[in-house]
Design a protein around this ligand. Sequence first.
Ligand code: FAD
Length: 392
Amino acid sequence: MTQSFDAVIVGGGLFGAFTGLFLTRMGKRVALVERGHVGAQSSGANFGKLRLQGRAIEQYPLSLAAQSHWENFESLTGEGCEYDRTGMIYLASSPDGRQKLLKYAQNSLACGLEVEVVEGEALRRKMPWLAAQDGMIASCSTRCAVANPRLGTPAVVRAMLRGGGVLFDNAEVTRIAHGSNGFTLSGPTLDTVSAPVLVNAAGAWAAAICAQFGEEVPLIAAGPPQFVTEPLPYTLRPSLYTIEGDLLLRQIPRGNFIFAGYPRTLANADGEHTLVPPQKTLAGMRSVARKLPFLRHAEVIRVWSGVEGYLPDMLPVLGPSQTTPGLFHAFGGSGGGFQIAPAVGENLAYQICGRPPPVDLTRYSIGRFSSNLVVSEKMTSEFDPSGYDRRC
Ligand SMILES: Cc1cc2nc3c(=O)[nH]c(=O)nc-3n(C[C@H](O)[C@H](O)[C@H](O)COP(=O)(O)OP(=O)(O)OC[C@H]3O[C@@H](n4cnc5c(N)ncnc54)[C@H](O)[C@@H]3O)c2cc1C
Protein backbone atom coordinates (compact mmCIF):
# COMPACT_ATOMS: atom_id res chain seq x y z
CA MET A 1 0.00 0.00 0.00
CA THR A 2 1.31 3.45 -0.90
CA GLN A 3 1.57 6.02 1.89
CA SER A 4 1.16 9.60 0.71
CA PHE A 5 2.81 12.69 2.15
CA ASP A 6 3.23 16.36 1.26
CA ALA A 7 7.02 15.89 1.05
CA VAL A 8 9.44 12.95 1.10
CA ILE A 9 13.00 13.63 2.18
CA VAL A 10 15.75 11.19 1.19
CA GLY A 11 18.57 11.31 3.75
CA GLY A 12 18.37 11.42 7.54
CA GLY A 13 21.45 13.58 8.10
CA LEU A 14 21.18 17.05 9.57
CA PHE A 15 20.14 18.71 6.27
CA GLY A 16 17.24 16.28 5.86
CA ALA A 17 16.31 16.34 9.55
CA PHE A 18 16.13 20.13 9.84
CA THR A 19 14.19 20.36 6.56
CA GLY A 20 11.72 17.82 7.97
CA LEU A 21 11.42 19.68 11.27
CA PHE A 22 10.72 23.07 9.66
CA LEU A 23 8.29 21.56 7.15
CA THR A 24 6.27 19.89 9.91
CA ARG A 25 6.23 23.22 11.79
CA MET A 26 4.76 24.75 8.61
CA GLY A 27 1.97 22.18 8.71
CA LYS A 28 3.27 19.72 6.09
CA ARG A 29 3.01 15.94 6.36
CA VAL A 30 6.59 14.77 5.96
CA ALA A 31 8.32 11.40 5.47
CA LEU A 32 12.05 11.23 6.23
CA VAL A 33 13.68 8.19 4.63
CA GLU A 34 17.13 7.04 5.78
CA ARG A 35 18.92 3.96 4.53
CA GLY A 36 20.70 3.40 7.89
CA HIS A 37 20.28 5.26 11.17
CA VAL A 38 19.62 8.99 11.35
CA GLY A 39 22.77 11.05 11.86
CA ALA A 40 25.09 8.08 11.44
CA GLN A 41 27.05 9.50 8.49
CA SER A 42 28.76 12.91 8.22
CA SER A 43 26.23 14.56 10.51
CA GLY A 44 27.21 12.31 13.41
CA ALA A 45 30.91 11.78 12.65
CA ASN A 46 31.97 15.40 12.34
CA PHE A 47 34.19 17.57 14.51
CA GLY A 48 31.30 19.54 15.99
CA LYS A 49 32.53 23.02 15.26
CA LEU A 50 30.01 25.81 14.78
CA ARG A 51 32.51 28.15 13.15
CA LEU A 52 31.58 31.55 11.81
CA GLN A 53 35.05 33.01 11.18
CA GLY A 54 36.70 32.20 7.87
CA ARG A 55 33.46 31.51 5.99
CA ALA A 56 33.10 32.60 2.37
CA ILE A 57 31.65 36.10 2.64
CA GLU A 58 28.52 35.12 0.68
CA GLN A 59 27.80 32.37 3.23
CA TYR A 60 27.50 34.71 6.24
CA PRO A 61 23.74 35.35 5.99
CA LEU A 62 23.07 31.57 6.07
CA SER A 63 25.71 30.96 8.73
CA LEU A 64 24.54 33.70 11.09
CA ALA A 65 20.91 32.59 10.72
CA ALA A 66 22.00 29.03 11.54
CA GLN A 67 23.97 30.14 14.60
CA SER A 68 20.86 31.76 16.09
CA HIS A 69 19.11 28.38 15.82
CA TRP A 70 22.04 26.56 17.47
CA GLU A 71 21.93 29.14 20.26
CA ASN A 72 18.25 28.25 20.76
CA PHE A 73 18.57 24.53 20.00
CA GLU A 74 16.87 23.44 23.23
CA SER A 75 13.80 25.57 22.73
CA LEU A 76 13.68 24.58 19.05
CA THR A 77 13.89 20.81 19.60
CA GLY A 78 13.12 20.28 23.29
CA GLU A 79 16.52 18.61 23.86
CA GLY A 80 20.13 19.62 24.42
CA CYS A 81 23.10 18.78 22.17
CA GLU A 82 26.01 19.96 24.37
CA TYR A 83 25.97 23.29 22.53
CA ASP A 84 28.73 25.43 24.08
CA ARG A 85 29.65 28.95 23.09
CA THR A 86 33.37 28.35 23.60
CA GLY A 87 34.63 30.97 21.17
CA MET A 88 37.23 30.31 18.52
CA ILE A 89 40.78 31.49 17.86
CA TYR A 90 42.22 31.67 14.35
CA LEU A 91 46.03 31.77 14.24
CA ALA A 92 48.41 32.65 11.41
CA SER A 93 52.20 32.34 11.43
CA SER A 94 53.16 32.94 7.77
CA PRO A 95 53.03 36.25 5.87
CA ASP A 96 50.41 34.80 3.50
CA GLY A 97 48.41 33.49 6.44
CA ARG A 98 48.55 36.90 8.09
CA GLN A 99 47.05 38.56 5.00
CA LYS A 100 44.34 35.92 4.82
CA LEU A 101 43.53 36.25 8.52
CA LEU A 102 43.21 40.03 8.25
CA LYS A 103 40.96 39.61 5.22
CA TYR A 104 38.78 37.09 7.07
CA ALA A 105 38.57 39.45 10.06
CA GLN A 106 37.50 42.27 7.76
CA ASN A 107 34.83 40.03 6.19
CA SER A 108 33.58 38.99 9.62
CA LEU A 109 33.27 42.57 10.81
CA ALA A 110 31.56 43.62 7.58
CA CYS A 111 28.99 40.86 8.11
CA GLY A 112 28.30 41.78 11.72
CA LEU A 113 30.47 39.18 13.50
CA GLU A 114 32.62 40.74 16.20
CA VAL A 115 36.28 39.62 16.14
CA GLU A 116 39.28 40.83 18.10
CA VAL A 117 42.69 40.74 16.37
CA VAL A 118 45.73 40.36 18.65
CA GLU A 119 49.48 39.95 18.14
CA GLY A 120 52.84 40.45 19.88
CA GLU A 121 52.74 40.85 23.65
CA ALA A 122 48.94 40.97 23.74
CA LEU A 123 48.79 37.55 22.05
CA ARG A 124 51.37 36.08 24.45
CA ARG A 125 49.40 37.38 27.43
CA LYS A 126 46.08 36.08 26.11
CA MET A 127 47.44 32.63 25.15
CA PRO A 128 50.25 31.72 27.55
CA TRP A 129 49.90 28.02 26.63
CA LEU A 130 50.88 28.71 23.01
CA ALA A 131 54.45 28.47 21.67
CA ALA A 132 54.01 31.88 20.06
CA GLN A 133 56.39 32.59 17.18
CA ASP A 134 57.41 36.07 16.11
CA GLY A 135 54.95 37.42 13.56
CA MET A 136 52.08 35.27 14.83
CA ILE A 137 48.66 36.92 14.75
CA ALA A 138 45.27 35.75 16.03
CA SER A 139 41.64 36.70 15.54
CA CYS A 140 39.19 35.70 18.24
CA SER A 141 35.43 35.39 18.00
CA THR A 142 33.28 34.74 21.05
CA ARG A 143 30.18 33.74 19.02
CA CYS A 144 31.75 30.64 17.46
CA ALA A 145 30.70 27.52 19.34
CA VAL A 146 30.70 23.72 19.38
CA ALA A 147 28.06 21.02 19.78
CA ASN A 148 28.05 17.24 20.05
CA PRO A 149 27.26 15.88 16.57
CA ARG A 150 26.15 12.54 17.95
CA LEU A 151 23.30 14.21 19.82
CA GLY A 152 22.21 16.79 17.21
CA THR A 153 20.47 14.85 14.43
CA PRO A 154 18.52 12.37 16.62
CA ALA A 155 17.20 15.32 18.68
CA VAL A 156 16.02 17.16 15.55
CA VAL A 157 14.38 14.00 14.18
CA ARG A 158 12.58 13.32 17.49
CA ALA A 159 11.25 16.91 17.39
CA MET A 160 10.06 16.30 13.82
CA LEU A 161 8.30 13.08 14.92
CA ARG A 162 6.59 14.89 17.80
CA GLY A 163 5.35 17.42 15.21
CA GLY A 164 3.71 14.66 13.15
CA GLY A 165 6.53 13.71 10.73
CA VAL A 166 7.16 10.04 9.92
CA LEU A 167 10.57 8.32 9.86
CA PHE A 168 11.47 5.31 7.72
CA ASP A 169 14.93 4.18 8.83
CA ASN A 170 16.97 1.19 7.64
CA ALA A 171 15.11 1.91 4.39
CA GLU A 172 17.28 2.60 1.37
CA VAL A 173 15.58 4.33 -1.55
CA THR A 174 16.57 2.41 -4.67
CA ARG A 175 13.76 3.44 -7.02
CA ILE A 176 12.24 6.85 -7.68
CA ALA A 177 9.48 7.18 -10.26
CA HIS A 178 8.21 10.57 -11.36
CA GLY A 179 4.88 11.32 -12.99
CA SER A 180 2.10 13.87 -13.06
CA ASN A 181 1.19 13.04 -9.41
CA GLY A 182 4.71 13.65 -8.16
CA PHE A 183 7.30 11.19 -6.88
CA THR A 184 6.94 7.55 -5.84
CA LEU A 185 9.81 6.00 -3.92
CA SER A 186 10.53 2.43 -2.91
CA GLY A 187 13.33 0.10 -1.91
CA PRO A 188 14.00 -3.44 -0.66
CA THR A 189 12.94 -2.52 2.91
CA LEU A 190 10.79 0.49 2.05
CA ASP A 191 7.13 0.16 1.15
CA THR A 192 6.05 2.69 -1.45
CA VAL A 193 5.81 6.31 -0.34
CA SER A 194 4.72 9.16 -2.56
CA ALA A 195 4.56 12.96 -2.48
CA PRO A 196 4.42 15.94 -4.84
CA VAL A 197 7.70 17.16 -3.31
CA LEU A 198 10.99 15.24 -3.11
CA VAL A 199 13.97 16.58 -1.14
CA ASN A 200 17.37 15.21 -2.12
CA ALA A 201 19.34 15.38 1.15
CA ALA A 202 21.41 12.28 0.44
CA GLY A 203 24.77 13.81 1.44
CA ALA A 204 27.80 12.44 -0.41
CA TRP A 205 25.43 10.13 -2.34
CA ALA A 206 23.19 12.90 -3.68
CA ALA A 207 24.69 13.00 -7.18
CA ALA A 208 22.93 9.72 -8.10
CA ILE A 209 19.52 11.34 -7.49
CA CYS A 210 20.58 14.44 -9.46
CA ALA A 211 21.69 12.25 -12.36
CA GLN A 212 18.36 10.47 -12.43
CA PHE A 213 16.74 13.85 -13.13
CA GLY A 214 19.32 14.93 -15.72
CA GLU A 215 21.43 17.14 -13.43
CA GLU A 216 25.18 16.60 -13.29
CA VAL A 217 27.07 17.79 -10.20
CA PRO A 218 30.83 17.49 -9.59
CA LEU A 219 30.35 16.08 -6.07
CA ILE A 220 33.48 14.62 -4.43
CA ALA A 221 33.26 12.17 -1.51
CA ALA A 222 36.00 12.73 1.07
CA GLY A 223 36.62 13.39 4.75
CA PRO A 224 39.15 14.97 7.10
CA PRO A 225 40.91 12.62 9.51
CA GLN A 226 39.90 13.09 13.17
CA PHE A 227 41.82 12.05 16.29
CA VAL A 228 40.96 12.10 19.98
CA THR A 229 43.37 11.96 22.92
CA GLU A 230 43.07 10.48 26.38
CA PRO A 231 41.32 12.85 28.85
CA LEU A 232 43.65 15.55 30.19
CA PRO A 233 43.03 18.44 32.62
CA TYR A 234 40.53 20.87 31.07
CA THR A 235 42.60 23.90 30.09
CA LEU A 236 41.51 25.09 26.64
CA ARG A 237 37.96 26.37 26.20
CA PRO A 238 38.04 28.03 22.74
CA SER A 239 38.55 25.99 19.59
CA LEU A 240 41.89 26.68 17.96
CA TYR A 241 42.63 26.71 14.23
CA THR A 242 45.63 27.76 12.20
CA ILE A 243 44.86 29.43 8.93
CA GLU A 244 47.68 27.39 7.38
CA GLY A 245 45.58 24.29 8.18
CA ASP A 246 48.17 22.39 10.25
CA LEU A 247 46.21 22.65 13.51
CA LEU A 248 42.52 22.35 14.25
CA LEU A 249 41.60 21.28 17.74
CA ARG A 250 39.24 21.66 20.65
CA GLN A 251 39.03 20.25 24.15
CA ILE A 252 35.79 18.91 25.55
CA PRO A 253 34.92 19.41 29.23
CA ARG A 254 35.55 15.67 29.83
CA GLY A 255 39.19 16.50 29.06
CA ASN A 256 39.77 14.81 25.68
CA PHE A 257 41.32 16.88 22.89
CA ILE A 258 39.79 16.37 19.44
CA PHE A 259 41.92 17.16 16.38
CA ALA A 260 41.19 17.33 12.68
CA GLY A 261 44.02 16.71 10.23
CA TYR A 262 44.48 18.13 6.76
CA PRO A 263 44.60 17.56 3.85
CA ARG A 264 41.31 15.73 3.53
CA THR A 265 41.36 12.17 2.22
CA LEU A 266 39.24 10.92 -0.67
CA ALA A 267 36.69 8.25 0.24
CA ASN A 268 37.26 4.65 -0.84
CA ALA A 269 36.13 3.66 -4.32
CA ASP A 270 32.85 2.25 -2.92
CA GLY A 271 32.15 5.71 -1.46
CA GLU A 272 31.23 4.18 1.91
CA HIS A 273 34.34 4.83 4.04
CA THR A 274 37.17 7.32 4.37
CA LEU A 275 40.23 5.73 5.92
CA VAL A 276 42.64 7.61 8.19
CA PRO A 277 46.22 7.25 6.92
CA PRO A 278 48.53 6.73 9.94
CA GLN A 279 51.00 9.33 8.65
CA LYS A 280 48.31 11.99 8.94
CA THR A 281 47.85 11.21 12.64
CA LEU A 282 51.62 11.49 13.16
CA ALA A 283 51.91 14.73 11.17
CA GLY A 284 48.91 16.15 13.08
CA MET A 285 50.44 15.29 16.47
CA ARG A 286 53.83 16.76 15.50
CA SER A 287 52.18 19.97 14.54
CA VAL A 288 50.23 20.03 17.81
CA ALA A 289 53.41 19.46 19.84
CA ARG A 290 55.16 22.36 18.06
CA LYS A 291 52.41 24.87 18.82
CA LEU A 292 51.09 23.46 22.11
CA PRO A 293 54.07 21.93 23.93
CA PHE A 294 51.91 20.86 26.89
CA LEU A 295 50.34 18.26 24.55
CA ARG A 296 53.58 16.67 23.33
CA HIS A 297 53.05 13.49 25.37
CA ALA A 298 49.28 13.23 24.80
CA GLU A 299 48.15 9.76 23.69
CA VAL A 300 45.78 9.43 20.72
CA ILE A 301 43.17 6.83 21.70
CA ARG A 302 40.96 6.72 18.58
CA VAL A 303 40.91 7.96 14.98
CA TRP A 304 37.99 8.24 12.55
CA SER A 305 36.72 10.14 9.56
CA GLY A 306 33.47 10.30 7.58
CA VAL A 307 32.10 10.54 4.06
CA GLU A 308 31.19 14.10 3.18
CA GLY A 309 30.11 15.63 -0.15
CA TYR A 310 32.31 18.49 -1.41
CA LEU A 311 31.73 20.78 -4.37
CA PRO A 312 34.55 22.62 -6.15
CA ASP A 313 33.49 26.04 -4.83
CA MET A 314 33.08 24.61 -1.30
CA LEU A 315 29.46 25.77 -1.16
CA PRO A 316 26.41 23.51 -0.81
CA VAL A 317 23.70 22.94 -3.40
CA LEU A 318 20.39 24.25 -2.04
CA GLY A 319 17.10 24.94 -3.74
CA PRO A 320 14.89 23.73 -6.57
CA SER A 321 15.99 21.43 -9.35
CA GLN A 322 16.48 23.06 -12.75
CA THR A 323 14.86 20.17 -14.59
CA THR A 324 12.09 18.76 -12.39
CA PRO A 325 9.30 20.69 -10.66
CA GLY A 326 8.80 19.51 -7.09
CA LEU A 327 12.39 18.29 -6.66
CA PHE A 328 14.56 20.23 -4.18
CA HIS A 329 18.24 19.70 -3.37
CA ALA A 330 20.07 20.12 -0.04
CA PHE A 331 23.52 18.52 -0.11
CA GLY A 332 27.24 19.21 -0.45
CA GLY A 333 28.05 20.61 3.00
CA SER A 334 31.69 20.81 1.81
CA GLY A 335 33.14 20.55 5.31
CA GLY A 336 30.90 23.19 6.89
CA GLY A 337 27.43 21.67 6.70
CA PHE A 338 26.99 20.92 10.41
CA GLN A 339 27.04 24.63 11.24
CA ILE A 340 24.69 25.82 8.49
CA ALA A 341 22.22 22.88 8.70
CA PRO A 342 19.44 24.63 10.73
CA ALA A 343 19.30 27.52 8.24
CA VAL A 344 19.47 25.10 5.30
CA GLY A 345 16.38 23.31 6.60
CA GLU A 346 14.49 26.48 7.45
CA ASN A 347 15.13 28.27 4.15
CA LEU A 348 14.43 25.19 2.07
CA ALA A 349 11.14 24.68 3.94
CA TYR A 350 10.13 28.24 3.04
CA GLN A 351 10.92 27.58 -0.64
CA ILE A 352 9.02 24.29 -0.63
CA CYS A 353 5.98 26.04 0.85
CA GLY A 354 6.19 28.67 -1.90
CA ARG A 355 7.22 31.44 0.49
CA PRO A 356 10.28 33.70 -0.03
CA PRO A 357 13.07 32.33 2.19
CA PRO A 358 14.55 34.69 4.82
CA VAL A 359 17.98 34.09 3.24
CA ASP A 360 18.36 34.35 -0.53
CA LEU A 361 19.48 30.91 -1.73
CA THR A 362 20.17 31.87 -5.37
CA ARG A 363 23.95 31.62 -4.81
CA TYR A 364 23.55 27.93 -3.95
CA SER A 365 21.53 26.91 -6.99
CA ILE A 366 22.45 23.70 -8.81
CA GLY A 367 22.35 25.83 -11.98
CA ARG A 368 25.77 27.29 -11.15
CA PHE A 369 27.43 24.14 -12.53
CA SER A 370 26.26 24.90 -16.03
CA SER A 371 28.06 28.28 -16.09
CA ASN A 372 31.56 29.43 -15.08
CA LEU A 373 32.26 27.69 -11.81
CA VAL A 374 34.77 29.30 -9.45
CA VAL A 375 37.02 26.73 -7.78
CA SER A 376 37.67 27.61 -4.14
CA GLU A 377 41.25 27.92 -2.95
CA LYS A 378 40.27 25.60 -0.08
CA MET A 379 39.43 22.90 -2.60
CA THR A 380 42.95 23.00 -4.06
CA SER A 381 44.84 23.46 -0.79
CA GLU A 382 42.94 21.20 1.60
CA PHE A 383 42.57 18.06 -0.53
CA ASP A 384 44.96 15.20 -0.88
CA PRO A 385 44.56 14.16 -4.52
CA SER A 386 46.31 10.84 -3.91
CA GLY A 387 43.71 9.63 -1.41
CA TYR A 388 44.79 6.87 0.94
CA ASP A 389 48.25 5.49 0.29
CA ARG A 390 48.01 1.80 1.17
CA ARG A 391 51.79 1.38 1.45
CA CYS A 392 51.99 3.34 4.72
C1 FAD B 1 35.04 14.05 9.66
C2 FAD B 1 34.20 15.25 9.37
C3 FAD B 1 34.31 16.40 10.14
C4 FAD B 1 33.49 17.51 9.87
N1 FAD B 1 33.54 18.57 10.72
C5 FAD B 1 32.62 19.57 10.58
C6 FAD B 1 32.55 20.60 11.54
O1 FAD B 1 33.26 20.60 12.53
N2 FAD B 1 31.66 21.62 11.33
C7 FAD B 1 30.84 21.66 10.24
O2 FAD B 1 30.09 22.62 10.09
N3 FAD B 1 30.83 20.63 9.34
C8 FAD B 1 31.70 19.60 9.50
N4 FAD B 1 31.70 18.55 8.61
C9 FAD B 1 30.70 18.54 7.55
C10 FAD B 1 29.30 18.15 8.06
O3 FAD B 1 29.38 17.02 8.88
C11 FAD B 1 28.40 17.87 6.86
O4 FAD B 1 28.45 18.95 5.94
C12 FAD B 1 26.93 17.70 7.26
O5 FAD B 1 26.80 16.82 8.35
C13 FAD B 1 26.17 17.19 6.04
O6 FAD B 1 24.90 16.75 6.43
P1 FAD B 1 24.00 15.99 5.37
O7 FAD B 1 22.68 15.79 5.99
O8 FAD B 1 24.07 16.69 4.06
O9 FAD B 1 24.77 14.61 5.08
P2 FAD B 1 24.83 13.23 5.89
O10 FAD B 1 24.95 13.42 7.34
O11 FAD B 1 25.90 12.41 5.23
O12 FAD B 1 23.41 12.60 5.62
C14 FAD B 1 23.02 12.08 4.37
C15 FAD B 1 22.21 10.84 4.65
O13 FAD B 1 21.62 10.38 3.44
C16 FAD B 1 21.49 8.97 3.56
N5 FAD B 1 21.25 8.41 2.23
C17 FAD B 1 22.06 8.50 1.14
N6 FAD B 1 21.50 7.87 0.09
C18 FAD B 1 20.31 7.37 0.52
C19 FAD B 1 19.29 6.58 -0.09
N7 FAD B 1 19.37 6.21 -1.37
N8 FAD B 1 18.21 6.23 0.64
C20 FAD B 1 18.08 6.62 1.93
N9 FAD B 1 19.04 7.34 2.58
C21 FAD B 1 20.15 7.71 1.89
C22 FAD B 1 22.81 8.56 4.18
O14 FAD B 1 22.76 7.29 4.78
C23 FAD B 1 23.06 9.70 5.18
O15 FAD B 1 22.63 9.35 6.49
C24 FAD B 1 32.55 17.47 8.80
C25 FAD B 1 32.47 16.31 8.01
C26 FAD B 1 33.27 15.21 8.28
C27 FAD B 1 33.15 13.98 7.43
